[in-house]
Design a protein around this ligand. Structure first.
Ligand code: 3PG
Length: 402
């Protein structure tokens, strides 16, 4: 069900479930990508003369109001981006939300407070979720579900609410599904998958699902050390998941059996400790402990030779999916690998997709612009689960497949 399937929404109170779960530092939004990503749907509704009630979660509060997770700064940012006033309700379904919904004129927008301030949003009990969804439903006449980042959660506003009100997916969900489908169904070849981030255990499903589909898999970030350990190399104090070593050995074997090029780092930046100003040197992947730091050294980035190899493998591909930073990009001394990979993706002649909140934040923090990539997915867990081939409740309930 797409937005157009709801017919004209002029004059109607429309609840829009978005994912405004943005990173905040001392109350200031550090990456507004998810708010920008909601604009096409919101503007379309505004242009139609709908009365928009936007709702979202932010962080993981404990089912009760918590000022540090208030959506108020988000409502302010939304108002700046839309270039029009946005009302803010200080509760989710109480008097403030009801008054804000009732006061809307055609084309107006209100944001209600963090849905997770109400225990019903994330309740394990379906009845409790349903009861909260009923209260939410009373605020509007239709639901546009556009929080792609949260479609993997069976939560009241994502799932139960869609069963109560006439509902459809918004433009962001439509775009995300379209692009992510192209990564799993007949991707244009050569197809490279670049994986980083700290843990292999977060990526097992994606590796298993994409290994038979990709032509090349490149592994960097903290998770590379489990791959290097699986090859028998000592890794000092680098991030390591010893319980995943056997699984990773299995992947190395499967890749060899299927003729998938598994490109592992040939060098790493080893540091004296986890700090922005830590001493550091480049070491070959099979001699990570042969540095002045010995077995106390900690790998914080892929090395320059690896970055060059990765960049070439990416640029020579027609479809590229990247999830997970290559190193501790927040520290400039260890951002070289992530920067090189981002630059190579920006030069891909084909479809380049950046997935995951951390990776999106990394590319923006390093000064890249969204337009330099084919698509920056707003999903973290949601895009990974989509690419794992899992069924996502927030899509299924709208009649969409993942
Ligand atoms: C995300 O940031 O991945 C989504 O907003 C979902 O958030 P959650 O993991 O707290 O459910």
């Amino acid at each position: 069900r797409t937005l157009d399937s709801l017919g004209s929404l002029a004059g109607k109170r429309v609840i829009v479930r978005v994912d405004f779960n943005v990173p905040l530092k001392e109350g200031v939004i550090t990456d507004d990508g998810r708010i920008r990503a909601a604009l096409p749907t919101l503007n379309k509704l505004i242009d139609q003369g709908a009365r928009v009630i936007a709702c979202s979660h932010l962080g993981r509060p404990d089912g009760a109001p918590d000022p540090k997770y208030s959506l108020e700064p988000v409502a302010q940012r939304l108002s700046e981006l839309l270039g029009k006033p946005v009302a803010f309700a200080r509760d989710t379904v109480g008097t403030s939300a009801q008054e804000a919904a009732a006061a809307l004129e055609d084309g107006d927008v209100a944001v209600i407070e963090n849905l997770r301030f109400n225990p019903g949003e994330t309740a394990k009990d379906a009845g409790e979720r349903r009861a909260f969804a009923e209260q939410l439903a009373a605020l509007g006449e239709a639901l546009v579900s556009d929080g792609f980042g949260v479609v993997h959660r069976k939560q009241a506003s994502v799932y139960e609410l869609a069963k109560i009100l006439p509902s459809a997916a918004g433009l962001l969900i439509e775009k995300e599904v379209d692009v992510l489908d192209r990564l799993t169904e007949n991707p244009e070849r050569p197809y490279a998958v670049v994986l980083g981030g700290s843990k292999v255990s977060d990526k097992l499903g994606v590796i298993e699902h994409l290994l038979p589909r990709a032509d090349k898999i490149l592994v960097g970030g903290g998770m590379m050390f489990t791959f290097l350990a699986a090859q028998g190399f000592p890794v000092g104090k680098s991030l390591l998941e010893p319980d995943q070593i056997d699984t990773v050995k299995g992947y190395i074997q499967t890749a060899a059996d299927k003729g998938v090029e598994l490109i592992l780092p040939v060098d790493a930046v080893m540091a004296s400790g986890f700090a922005a100003d830590a001493d550091h040197v480049v070491a070959p992947a099979d001699a990570l402990e042969d540095t002045p730091f010995g077995a106390d050294g900690m790998g914080l980035d892929i090395g320059p030779d690896t970055a060059t190899t990765f960049a070439e493998a990416i640029r020579s591909s027609t479809t590229v999916f990247w999830n997970g930073p290559m190193g501790v990009f927040e520290f400039p001394a260890f951002s070289g690998g992530t920067r090189a990979v981002a630059q190579a993706l920006a030069e891909v002649d084909g479809l380049s997709v950046v997935g995951g909140g951390d990776t999106a934040a990394a590319v923006r923090q390093l000064g890249f612009h969204d337009e330099q990539f084919g698509h920056i997915s707003t999903g973290g867990g949601a895009s990974l689960e989509f690419l794992e081939g899992k069924k996502l409740p927030g899509l299924e309930v709208l009649g969409w497949e993942s």
